[in-house]
Design a protein around this ligand. Structure first.
Ligand code: NAG
Ligand code: NAG
Ligand code: NAG
Length: 153
């Protein structure tokens, strides 16, 4: 009985840790700075910064503030030669449809758009550095639970 209780407690602690753990996204706002983007913690300030960057190129970025975040890579490039003209990586408020914003006068219709969003730590980078992602954390905690279950059997 006690053993089961302890196992449940350990499980709850791990799950709790994962939700509190928050989200990190690679962050940069130009093709040159995106060659070495930095990883930033998602909060109201970092997401708000991304909204400001999006406003340079789009006319309808809502003044949303929220507590749900995702990671973004939005790139504009010349389709003829794949030369990037704009690149924005960062945390954003997940309620904003970042891939469906209207272009403003700074954003040429000659540019092709590439846009993707994702919800795991540092997932918005093509060659992510070897950081511990949430999924590997989940695998680790499951393994630990298995071991604990064996010990307490
Ligand atoms: C978000 O940024 C805008 C300026 O771009 C600022 O006026 C506003 O206060 C900021 N909001 C928060 C919650 O930081
Ligand atoms: C174009 O970009 C500049 C500099 O980022 C900005 O000040 C200006 O407001 C933008 N133009 C439009 C139409 O949004
Ligand atoms: C962002 O996406 C573009 C287009 O898919 C890609 O070329 C670029 O390498 C990505 N940026 C990073 C930092 O991974």
């Amino acid at each position: 009985m006690w053993k089961k209780f302890i196992c449940a407690l350990v499980l709850a602690a791990f799950l709790g840790l994962q939700t509190v753990n928050g989200l990190y996204c690679y962050t940069c706002d130009s093709p040159s700075s995106c060659r070495s983007p930095t990883s930033q913690y998602c909060d109201v300030n970092t997401a708000n910064t991304t909204s400001a960057w999006l406003r340079r190129l789009h006319s309808n970025v809502p003044r949303t503030v929220g507590n749900n975040f995702k990671c973004l890579n939005l790139t504009y490039y010349y389709p003829q030669n794949n030369v990037k003209t704009q690149e924005i990586l960062g945390c954003y408020f997940s309620s904003i449809s970042v891939c469906y914003l209207f272009r403003n006068a700074n954003n040429s219709y000659d540019w092709e758009k590439s846009c993707y969003t994702c919800g795991n730590d540092n997932c918005n980078h093509r060659n992510p550095a070897g950081t511990l992602s949430k999924s590997s954390f989940t695998i680790m905690s499951s393994a630990l639970l298995l071991i604990l279950a064996k010990i307490f059997k």
